[in-house]
Design a protein around this ligand. Structure first.
Ligand SMILES: C[S@@+](CC[C@H](N)C(=O)[O-])C[C@H]1O[C@@H](n2cnc3c(N)ncnc32)[C@H](O)[C@@H]1O
Length: 257
């Protein structure tokens, strides 16, 4: 089995285990909610939106509840999309926006028209195992974006990871590992790739204070923990703080066409 196939099977298994629960995509649901709530502030009402790597649609449907837009959403895991359809049926009456889910691999997605005002990819691109594949996927998405449209990436970053581990090591805390199925985004490489093509590049450190409080301060005070507890008091408190500085593995990057 290739690495690519192993990663697809990883997500199919998550779909089987978690079904329509938010944890299909990530254990830290407080962070996920803050992520969508921040990303939505960059999406104008009335936009035609494409959500790439939507998993079981938890974040897609949260966005559809908050904003009046039109959302197309795909994922390459048919099992994830099956649960997204189930969730859509159950939540339809609560949504402000129409939503359509389908099965699609971002590497095979080659749009021929500039259809979307906003294309958003939340924690999807890091699942492509090489930088070349990540850039190929972003080029595909760029083709589908209207002029002045926004490509919004919310992802774990190499720069944020290095910064967190540098601080942890000063306090003799272990390095936070990168999951086997991820290659964190290299913001510098992606910014260079879009240099001259993107009119404007913006980075939002939306989880800066939250990461500092939960991934550094908490283990520095209480010691390392064996299993993550995303509903600890630290998480509940620090999710409410405004952002200070440019800390945090997870960031939102916005490229304007
Ligand atoms: C961490 S989940 C993110 C889910 C969702 N965007 C959210 O906000 O919670 C990553 C998703 O990306 C999908 N994915 C990974 N590689 C993909 C690819 N090549 N094409 C389409 N989807 C992909 C996985 O199947 C998985 O459902």
């Amino acid at each position: 089995m290739s690495n690519y196939e192993k990663i697809l099977e990883f997500w199919n298994q998550r779909a089987r285990d978690h079904k329509t629960a938010p944890t299909a995509s990530m254990g830290d649901v407080l962070l996920m909610d803050r992520e969508v709530d921040t990303a939505q502030s960059y999406i104008p009402e009335g936009s035609r939106v494409l959500d790439v790597g939507c998993a079981n649609g938890y974040s897609t449907l949260r966005l559809a509840r908050i904003k009046k837009v039109e959302i197309d959403a795909f994922d390459y895991s048919a099992e994830m999309v099956h649960h997204a359809q189930t969730a859509l049926e159950a939540q339809k009456s609560t949504l402000k926006s129409p939503v359509k889910f389908w099965v699609q691999d971002v590497l095979k997605f080659k749009p021929t028209t500039e259809t979307y005002d906003v294309i958003i990819a939340i924690r999807c691109i890091i699942n492509l195992p090489t930088l070349a594949q990540q850039l190929e996927a972003l080029d595909n998405l760029w083709l589908g974006l209207k002029p002045n449209g926004k490509l919004i990436l919310s992802d774990a970053t190499k720069q944020g990871w290095d910064q967190l581990n540098a601080l942890r090591s000063r306090f003799k805390l272990k390095e936070t590992p990168m999951p086997w199925h991820n290659l964190y985004l290299d913001i510098e490489a992606i910014n260079n790739h879009f240099q001259g093509r993107s009119k404007h590049i913006h980075v939002d450190h939306f989880a800066s204070t939250y990461y500092w409080g939960t991934r550094f301060l908490r283990p520095a005070i209480l010691g390392e923990y064996k299993t993550a507890n995303y509903s600890s008091l630290f998480n509940k408190i620090f999710i409410r703080f405004p952002n200070l500085g440019s800390f945090g593995i997870q960031k939102i990057m916005i490229y304007t066409k």
